[in-house]
Design a protein. Sequence first.
Length: 171
Amino acid sequence: MAMRSGTAGRDCQVIAVDNSVAMLERAQELLSASEEGRDIELVCADLRDIEVRDASMVVLNFTLQFLPLDVREGLLRSIWQGMRPGGVLVLSEKIALEDPQSQALFVEMHHGFKRAQGYSELEISQKRSALENVLIPETLATHRKRLQQVGFERVEVWFQCFNFISLLAVK
């Protein structure tokens, strides 16, 4: 909805893709309660099965980290091919830091943030266990290299909090 409100009065189409019916149902509830979300198309599908066409912007929010390592480059290449020249990919991911001490520090800071939000130690532990071997983070250098290999000309970090980043990749 935030993206849609920023495009008010412009000729654009917003398509939101998720493979979780529950997530899309919740999104529909939120969109129904807002004027900005009235014309957002929700699609239940595996992102790897979606053909991107004539896109000026694509946003992947914490998506790659849940895909097998061997399909990530192919997905990004497919997205790149479906984008307009000058188009922007916004890629947000949890990253693995190259320095083990920095990694441990940021993980602990993130857990501290969760505690401050009211999460119990049990909830934090359960979430960590649930994501182990499911969420596979990569280093910033790996993300940059792969984005450049598929053809993006510029790759910039535009946001970072702990070990969560958001990159802008320009075609």
